[in-house]
Ligand binder design. Structure first.
Ligand code: AHM
Ligand code: MG
Length: 338
């Protein structure tokens, strides 16, 4: 049997041998991974752990929170606040940032997360996940504030997600490719199962919520219509469609076999740029996708070039296999502006 490399060993080697990460960042990733293991345990318990159902509260974006949204958020906060590696955290489930309390040392990193992505799938036993993004606090002359978080995604020091599916899988980038770790439940540790993951540049598979079709903008309609036209249409090939409605699961499929994912702006809420959140969902996924050779855009701009104006900013998302993303983006650029 080939030698198994645990996440801990992988991170130690990145720090010691390659000098690619600091000791603080290594600790941060380990702590996030440990928190994900705890969340995985709660997810697996399901009805037996009394973790299913709604929590009778709403988050800052007016969405009803599930019990597991709140549990996962607390697990991540508790695990991360005392280690001395962080200055503050921000979460899709919290109104404002959580500054590391004074009783603990403050580190230089900022952690952002969507503690439980795909909330609508919790109660129906379909894959869900945790998405995270790591930034560095740029200004060390003063205390930490929301402003410190408003950095474009290209400044991320690390990003990853953990899928709670048939397997629990942690996908990570430290800015030098994408690594995949699978949770060995008997050992209780994440084991490296794929190095330098690459996304095929071409694909015959798209992911979009088709029920919103009548609300889309013209370039999205054009792109999807052409896919649907199949062999007889302008693309000259048949396309398959998948939509899990958990971004982690849809992105993980694309990471594994290619594809294109779209959650575009639509006319249901014309004042919002999209449904997904730039800082907790789009940026970390864009970083991973680009590191694996794919592309991620909002239709007119690379996602990771966007400078956020606010913490909970939303964004239109097109990501995945490079050539498909470029085609969808070109339709946006060619379209007459209103
Ligand atoms: P959540 O973070 O509250 O779970 O919402 C984000 C999810 C994504 O995982 C997924 O791609 C999308 O919402 C699905 O939305 P819809 O139900 O509109 O298809
Ligand atoms: Mg989410």
């Amino acid at each position: 049997m080939s030698k198994r490399i645990s996440l801990t060993q992988y991170l130690v080697e990145q720090q010691r041998r390659h000098g690619r990460i600091t000791a603080e960042l290594r600790l941060l990733i380990e702590v996030v991974a440990r928190a994900c293991k705890r969340i995985a345990i709660s997810v697996n318990k399901g009805a037996l752990g009394e973790v299913l159902g709604s929590a009778s509260s709403e988050n800052v974006q007016g969405e009803v929170q599930k019990k597991l949204d709140i549990i996962s958020n607390e697990v991540l906060i508790e695990a991360n606040e005392w280690g001395g590696h962080l200055a503050a955290m921000a979460s899709e489930e919290m109104d404002t940032i959580h500054v590391v309390p004074n009783r603990y040392p403050q580190g230089e990193y900022l952690l952002l997360f969507d503690p439980l992505d795909g909330s609508s799938n919790i109660d129906v036993n379909v894959s869900i996940g945790t998405i995270f993004s790591v930034l560095r606090k740029v200004n060390n002359q003063r205390g930490v504030s929301e402003e410190d978080f408003l950095q474009p995604g290209k400044q991320q020091a690390a990003a990853g997600y953990c899928v709670y599916g048939p397997q629990t899988t942690l996908v990570l980038t430290l800015g030098e490719g994408v690594m995949v770790f699978t949770l060995d439940r008997e050992q209780g540790s994440f084991v490296l199962t794929q190095e330098d993951l690459r996304i095929p540049e071409d694909t015959r598979e798209f992911a979009i919520n088709m029920s919103n079709q009548r609300h889309w903008a013209a370039p999205v309609t054009r792109y999807i219509d052409e896919c649907l036209a199949g062999k007889e249409g302008p693309r000259g090939k048949d396309f398959n469609m998948r939509w899990v409605a958990s971004m982690v699961a849809d992105v993980h499929r694309i990471m594994t076999r290619g594809g294109v994912f779209l959650y575009p702006w639509d006319k249901r809420e014309p004042d919002k740029p999209g449904k997904l959140r730039l800082m907790y969902e789009a940026n970390p996924m864009a970083f991973l996708i680009e590191q694996a050779g794919g592309a991620a855009s909002n239709g007119s701009q690379r996602i990771m070039d966007i400078t956020p104006a606010k913490l909970h900013e939303r964004v239109s998302v097109i990501l995945g296999s490079k050539n498909e993303v470029q085609r969808a983006v070109s339709y946006h650029l060619e379209a007459p502006s209103d």
